[in-house]
Design a protein around this ligand. Structure first.
Ligand code: HSE
Length: 371
């Protein structure tokens, strides 16, 4: 029987990408979709395959939610906090798929990334697990890139630096970043046309504009355009940001390890739009040749690709702008490091909204549809 699937948060950035992907993959013909809204019940919903979904359901109405076989929410942690336990207390036994981090580390949830942990997902389903949560975006993107090495238990530790796009903070942050870029341009636009400009005058004007009280700055804690922010999410009071903490804990949960792989580093927000990049120093527990490492990495899944460590290949294939809007996970800059034979560097890029957020949820939905 076709399952009833309730969608919450489908209008937001991750939700919109999810719907786009579901339309591309013809997923809607496999389900009875129901669209909910936290703020506009009764209004019109999305148009999908030329059908307008009228009369949005109230996302806080537990009785309506209870009618769903599957609920997929991209609404955020506040919604999960408000609704999830009420639904379960009412003995709702449906499947809950969630983009937010609220339920990620709970014992009765599985973090989903099926190219990496399909076996754990299937065992969970057999054991009656009903709650499936998408992982942190940098974690998914790292695992998609390095899955081959993880699956062969070759990694002893990873030190990582991230370069995270504005989209990871949310839609309004992208808008704010673009306004900031515009404000910087506007303050020097005339000077840029003047052939005898003084670069230091331009630089001073731009720097002054960043410090100006009128600079667009409602959401980011400090300006991002012309800048970067080396802290993402809350302080864990152990020196780490929560984004940094997630790297090790979520990875080990996804892989079913009890903190076996050590991962740590510094997470940084930069001014790219929707692709996260990561630079790794990796210590293997064996001395493998670079050719061998490359083969293990690329044979793991259909989305990862190897970028040879040359200037041309790197700058054309290993950047946020070359990956954005695709499911590609390029990995390159592979080389043995001066530190020793078992250490190598790597750099990877992935779309934060696709493999970093919507795609693992879409694929989980497909696994459940077919049960
Ligand atoms: N926490 C991530 C970020 C979003 O801030 O970029 C993806 O989970």
């Amino acid at each position: 029987m076709m399952k009833s699937v309730g969608f919450i948060g489908w209008r937001g950035m991750v939700g919109s990408v999810l719907l786009e992907r579901m339309i591309q993959e013809n997923d809607f013909i496999k389900i009875h979709p129901h669209f909910f809204s936290t703020s506009q019940p009764g209004q019109d919903g999305p148009i999908i395959n030329n059908i307008l979904f009228k009369n949005l359901k109230d996302a806080y109405n537990i009785n309506l939610l209870k009618e769903m076989d599957i609920i997929l929410t991209c609404q955020g942690g506040f919604y999960t906090n408000a609704v999830y336990s009420k639904l379960r207390k009412e003995n709702w036994r449906g499947y809950w798929i969630d983009a937010s981090s609220t339920l990620r580390m709970s014992d009765d949830s599985i973090i989903v990334l099926d190219p990496i942990n399909l076996k754990i997902i299937q065992e969970g389903l057999d054991n009656g697990i009903k709650t499936f949560v998408g992982s942190n975006c940098t974690v998914s993107l790292m695992l998609m890139a390095l899955g081959g090495l993880f699956s062969k238990n070759l990694i002893e530790w990873i030190s990582v630096s991230t370069y995270q796009a504005a989209s990871g903070a949310g839609a309004k942050y992208i808008i704010e970043l673009l306004k900031q870029m515009g404000a910087l341009y506007n303050v020097v636009s005339k000077d840029l046309l003047n052939k005898s400009y003084s670069i230091l005058d331009i630089e001073k004007k731009v720097t002054k504009e960043i410090e100006n009280n009128q600079f667009p700055l409602k959401y980011f804690p400090i300006p991002l355009a012309g800048n970067l922010i080396p802290w993402i999410d809350i302080d864990m009071n152990n020196g780490q940001s929560r984004e940094e903490w997630k790297g090790q804990f979520e990875t080990n949960k996804i892989l079913g390890f009890k903190n076996k792989v050590i991962i740590d580093g510094i997470c940084v927000r930069i001014s790219s739009i929707r692709c996260h990049s990561q630079s790794f120093t990796i210590k293997l527990n064996k001395n493998l040749s670079l050719k061998n490492i490359e083969e293990i990495i690329v044979s793991h899944n259909n989305w990862v690709s190897f970028v040879p460590n040359s200037i041309e290949e790197t700058i054309s294939k290993l950047t946020p702008s070359s990956v954005t809007g695709t499911l590609n996970i390029p990995i390159g800059r592979l080389r043995k490091m001066n530190i020793g034979e078992k250490y190598f560097s790597a750099f990877t890029v992935g779309d934060q909204l696709l493999w970093g957020a919507a795609e693992p949820l879409r694929r989980m939905l497909n696994l459940l549809i077919n049960i």
